[in-house]
Ligand binder design. Sequence first.
Ligand code: RAM
Length: 339
Amino acid sequence: MKFTSVLAAGTAAVLALGLTACGSGDEGGGGGGGGDDVTITMLPKNLGNPYFEASTAGAEEAAEELGATVEEVGPDAASPDAQVPFINTAAQQGVSALVVSANDPTAIGDALEEARSAGTKVVTFDSDTEPQFRDLFVNQASAEGIADKQLELISDQIGGEGEIAILSASANATNQNAWIALMEEKLASDYPDIELVETAYGDDDDQTSFDKTAALLQSHPDLKGIVSPTTVGIAAAARYVSTSEYKGKVAVTGLGTPNQMREYVEDGTVEAFALWNPNDLGYLATQAAAALAAGDITGEEGDTFEAGRLGEFTVGADGEVLLGEPYVFDKSNIADFDF
Ligand code: RAM
């Protein structure tokens, strides 16, 4: 069941079912790949981020359905080459597939190449490498869709004019940098009265993001809004603003998880923000990894595979598989979600 179609149904009960109840049963019926000998290493940008905890839960659900095993490993800090030792270990262990959200488009490239030449399939999800380093990229939504949605949100929330800042994740993150580049382009062409005055980096670290929020607000006294395209950043920015003189004056939006943002939506700090379902993203990436490992697909454009409860997916250009489109959360619907 796709997140988008569940949302279209608009039923909280169905949604809860879609998000939580699908882990049980359906053994072996989930998709094409899998089997007892399929081993998958899940490597998020860093550990301790609820977003990746949700994607790993989705990976475990898919692995259980497929009869595969999944192990999550990862660094504490989301720095460019911190994932290299984990990739090397996975290659030495001879795992069937590595599912990785990249902290940098090239820094882990050599390690991934070595893993692939040892026979490990590589699926990037959430944040890609350059395409030559992996077999597939499972993308949460189109970069354009994600960029446009965040600009719509901030523009609505500041009345279409004024200074804004971006509080991003780490400076090299492939996903955030792609979205920011598109937001900059779109701002210039479609939002002439909004000025992006600074982009700061909180490194997907809560305290750093909190401190950078304070610094942005101090350096730009006319700031009307902060767009944070990271679940760690937006939660830290909202926490800072919620107890400050800026509450109700400076808009905070971007990409967040409902569980982390609920209190700030309910107390009026945050009007609306967006995301997709990270659980589904990890589930889909694991299904794709298993299909590659089983030889059901090679990652060529036009390849199709069954992804369990999410249905059939087709590999697009540049080895990309698309989960869906971003979804907006606000006071009217946030109580319906639990992730
Ligand atoms: C953080 C990470 C992740 C990103 C989300 C929106 O959890 O930076 O890569 O996709 O935010």
